[in-house]
Design a protein around this ligand. Structure first.
Ligand code: ZN
Length: 185
C-alpha cells in the first residue's frame, strides 16, 4: 500500500536538498501532488496479472496470437526517471486465449512499478506462461529511457530493445523470425 505521508515527507526533503524552499507558493502543494501521482504510476505494486489473465476463452485455432504496439510508461529503478515505449506480445495458444485488452492490462501491472526494462519484459512473459499456459510466448519491449536522454550520455531517440521468449519460441528460430517480421510489418 502506498504511504502518501512518507512520500510527502520525502519530497519535502528532496526539495530542501536541491536548495529549494518547500514553502514557497509554487511548491507548497508539490509534495501532495507527487504523492497522488505516485499512487497512480506505481499502482502496479498492488495489481496482479492473474486477475486479468484468468478470464480466458477456449480457442480451436492454435495459431500465433500477436498484440503489437502496446504503449507503456514505466519508471527506472536506478534514477526514478521514466522510460517509455512499446511492448509486442505473441503467444501460441494451447486451447485457450485471453481477452485482447488483457494483454495490455498485464503490461500495465508490471510497467507501473519501479522497474528495469529487462525484468519487466520477463515478468510479462512469465505471467502469460503461468496463467494462460500457452505452448510458448515471446515479449519484446522497445523503450526510450529518460535517464539516458535528459542526463548522462544524452542520446535522444535511442531505444533499448529487450526480448524474452519461453516455450516454443525458445526452441523454434523460425517462429521467432515470424514474430519479428510481423512486428516490423
Ligand atoms: Zn535509469
Amino acid at each position: 500500500m502506498v504511504n502518501r505521508e512518507k512520500i510527502e515527507q520525502g519530497v519535502r526533503l528532496l526539495l530542501e536538498g536541491i536548495g529549494e524552499e518547500p514553502d514557497r507558493e509554487g511548491l507548497r502543494d508539490t509534495p501532495q501532488r507527487v504523492a497522488r501521482m505516485y499512487e497512480e504510476i506505481f499502482g502496479g505494486m498492488e495489481a496482479s496479472a492473474r486477475e486479468h489473465l484468468s478470464k480466458t476463452f477456449s480457442a480451436e485455432n492454435n495459431e500465433m496470437v500477436l498484440e503489437k504496439d502496446i504503449f507503456f510508461y514505466s519508471t527506472c529503478e536506478h534514477h526514478m526517471l521514466p522510460f517509455f515505449g512499446k511492448v509486442h506480445i505473441a503467444y501460441i495458444p494451447e486451447g485457450k486465449v485471453a481477452g485482447i485488452s488483457k494483454l495490455a492490462r498485464t503490461v500495465e501491472v508490471y510497467a507501473r512499478r519501479l522497474q528495469i526494462q529487462e525484468k519487466m519484459t520477463a515478468q510479462i512473459a512469465d505471467a502469460i506462461m503461468e496463467n494462460l499456459k500457452p505452448k510458448g510466448v515471446i515479449v519484446m519491449a522497445e523503450a526510450e529511457h529518460m535517464c539516458m536522454t535528459m542526463r548522462g550520455v544524452k542520446k535522444p531517440g535511442s531505444r533499448t530493445v529487450t526480448m524474452v521468449s519461453r516455450g516454443a519460441f525458445e526452441k523454434d528460430g523460425q517462429l521467432k523470425d515470424r514474430f519479428l517480421s510481423l512486428v516490423r510489418y
